[in-house]
Design a protein around this ligand. Structure first.
Ligand code: BYC
Length: 311
């Protein structure tokens, strides 16, 4: 009995043999992967905006150069991911236009404003911390080009995470006002960061299939718990307070239990009604329009080179 194409594909996944662009794949696998990689690429690209707003206002030259390097890394991550998307037959421009017209999703967390310098630290410590917990397993994802892109991205994210922690540690060791700024920022970023991992498993329509296909290796709730268990001790070490009156350590399981997450807020922020959704899309549209002369010039140059070759 010959296995069907679907069965053979599942065997390939189960034996941890990577799927490569030229391999046969079920249309739904291609579709789900395309969706996730596109959202991931857009997240990196939109994710540059909240921190980029602070490059000119960084408190020291050293912090400024760190931030410049970090924001530039995020652009690079978007490029690796758009390149991975191209291996699935989706052009960069095609994917990007969906972001510009508001049809595509990107991570909820980038619809919050970075209002002061402590927020820049929170993005590094919490958002990049969450990104590492989520992306390290993705470097074992079943699709080769996606998994390989994750390896380099994770190395850079760990630098981002540490610089964020170091920024907040410096503030907590500063004046009482600086300590208070760090606490305020933690109060604002804690819950949206927990939402980064996606809806609870019971309300996550894509999880089951994505896990069966090895696109995702762990469920949303598993990764959220891992992040909480790893981050709460860091909050305590810094002498800060987690803004959750229900938080407690369950000695039996060794896991921290948290209070309820406001999933209505999550839905608003991913469906266009978050604090900064309009600003983010406008900023990206403006960059696209401002850069049109560069695209025209590079296309004209490429045409000229091609014409020279055929002469
Ligand atoms: N935000 O069935 P589910 C970075 C959507 S950037 C918005 O659980 P899935 C950084 C989900 O898309 C790193 N939407 O989905 C950059 C789906 O909607 P559709 C970015 C969310 O795919 C700059 C629906 O809810 N990392 O670190 O199985 C500066 C149902 O969800 C969110 C990634 O993108 C969310 N948080 O699981 C600093 C990670 N969560 O498509 C830092 C890659 C869910 O049905 N992505 N939705 O309309 C993943 O790992 C998975 O796609 C998710 C969601 C865990 C996010």
């Amino acid at each position: 009995n010959m296995p069907s194409l679907e069965q053979a594909f599942q065997q390939q996944i189960d034996s941890k043999c990577k799927v490569e662009p030229q391999d046969w794949m079920p249309p739904a696998y291609r579709q789900s992967l395309t969706r996730q990689i596109a959202q991931h690429a857009h997240s990196e690209y939109v994710g540059m905006l909240p921190e980029a707003a602070w490059i000119t206002r960084a408190p020291t030259l050293q912090r400024k150069s760190i931030l410049l390097a970090k924001v530039q890394d995020e652009a690079g991550h978007a490029q690796y991911l758009y390149a991975a998307l191209e291996t699935l037959g989706v052009g960069r421009e095609q994917a990007y236009l969906q972001l510009l017209n508001g049809a595509a999703k990107y991570l909820n967390i980038f619809n919050y404003p970075a209002m002061n310098w402590a927020d820049v630290g929170m993005i590094g410590w919490l958002t990049d911390g969450a990104a590492i917990v989520n992306q390290v397993p993705l470097s074992r994802s079943s699709y080769g080009p996606y998994a390989r892109a994750m390896i380099r991205i994770c190395q850079e994210e760990s630098f981002h995470h540490r610089q964020g922690f170091d920024l907040i540690r410096t503030m907590t060791e500063g004046t009482p006002q600086q300590r208070q700024m760090a606490q305020d920022a933690l109060d604002r970023w804690w819950w949206p960061t927990l939402m980064v991992f996606g809806p609870p498993d019971a309300d996550s329509p894509h999880s089951q299939r994505s896990m069966q296909w090895g696109i995702k290796l762990f469920s949303n709730d598993e990764l959220r718990q891992k992040f909480i268990d790893q981050t709460v001790p860091q909050v305590h070490y810094l002498g800060l307070r987690v803004p959750d009156p229900c938080l407690k350590l369950d000695r039996e399981s060794g896991h921290y239990k948290i209070g309820p997450i406001d999933w209505d807020e999550f839905k608003r922020s991913i469906n266009g009604q978050g604090m900064c959704n309009q600003d983010r899309i406008q900023a990206r549209n403006k960059a696209w329009e401002d850069g049109s002369w560069v695209r025209e010039a590079t296309a004209a140059y490429a045409d000229k080179q091609a014409a020279l070759k055929t002469e």
